[in-house]
Write a protein that binds this ligand. Structure first.
Ligand SMILES: C[S@@+](CC[C@H](N)C(=O)[O-])C[C@H]1O[C@@H](n2cnc3c(N)ncnc32)[C@H](O)[C@@H]1O
Length: 276
């Protein structure tokens, strides 16, 4: 049976931490084994010592596969629906009023750990609904993640029924297509209409690094800082702050908090912060 020594697990922890900022707790040992077992078999390796040597050999280019295998990518459309409702009912109306006063016509949003794309596509659907009554405004959504595999799925935009569990029948009928079996791949038989895809641009981006030169009115950084230690969270949130426009809002998830770090952001409500 495949197992991992404490020393090898520590090496895996360090590699993951240095690459992504994600700290793998000791309790994740079995998860690491489960996620890499097939890879070791494919490579003909019997143990993690061999795999770590392979990973550390720059010419193997294994780091990308490793990061893709180890990151946790759980997501679904309109996750934490109450945050989308707050955006729709409170923040977007105020933002549009302020932008109109300044004769500005564009709302820019960043989904900063977008996984397979359900979050940025939910934001695009929400904006389509909102801006149909606010003519003359444009919106754009940048969506990024460190994991190249999830980004591939995000671009193809094919999902399973399960990812629609928070979507109302009305939005389902309007913005989603249920594909016939010959067009569905591996049980992924749901997609979004082209109009929803059109406003979303996907890029690979590591949150440990600055996203240079782009400013946003709204940034979603949800369900990712939970994997960071305090020092990394501090670093990532300070970088993200630089990408927020004055008056812009940062969303984290309802199970995350910025209470333990120093930021220039003001607390608005659980999961929402504003740059004054
Ligand atoms: C659990 S998903 C969250 C998806 C979505 N934001 C949501 O709330 O449903 C966390 C995502 O963070 C990404 N991630 C982890 N570390 C990252 C880093 N350093 N830079 C960018 N993305 C990272 C993972 O690849 C994963 O797709």
């Amino acid at each position: 049976m495949l197992s991992i020594t404490d020393t090898d697990f520590q090496k895996i922890q360090n590699i993951m931490y240095n690459q992504t900022g994600v700290f793998l707790k000791d309790a994740k040992k079995n998860l690491v084994i489960a996620r890499l077992r097939r890879r070791l078999e494919e490579l003909g390796l019997d143990d993690f010592s061999g795999y770590i040597r392979f990973l550390e050999d720059v010419s193997s280019n294994e780091l990308e596969f490793f990061v893709n295998a180890i990151t946790t990518n759980e997501t679904y459309f309109f996750r934490h629906t109450e945050q989308f409702n707050y955006l729709f009912e409170k923040l977007l109306p105020a933002l549009v009023e302020e932008k109109s006063r300044l004769s500005q016509r564009e709302v820019k949003i960043w989904s900063a750990a977008c996984s397979t794309g359900e979050e940025p596509y939910s934001l695009s659907i929400l904006c389509h609904e909102f801006f149909k009554k606010n003519h003359g405004f444009r919106f754009s959504i940048l969506a990024s993640d460190i994991n190249s595999k999830v980004l591939e799925q995000a671009v193809t935009a094919q999902y399973s029924e399960r990812s629609l569990r928070e979507v109302s029948a009305e939005l389902d009928a309007k913005y989603f297509v249920h594909l016939p079996p010959d067009r569905a791949r591996r049980g992924l038989d749901i997609t979004v209409i082209d109009a929803v895809k059109k406003n979303v641009r996907f890029v690979a981006h590591n949150l440990l690094k600055p996203m240079a030169g782009e400013k946003f009115d709204i940034i979603f950084l949800r369900n990712v800082i939970i994997y960071f230690d305090k020092q990394t969270k501090q670093h990532v949130v300070n970088l993200i702050e630089n990408n927020l426009n004055q008056g812009g809002h940062l969303f984290i998830s309802l199970s995350e908090s910025l209470m333990d770090i120093k930021t220039g952001l003001n607390y608005c409500k659980p999961g929402v912060y504003c740059k004054k």
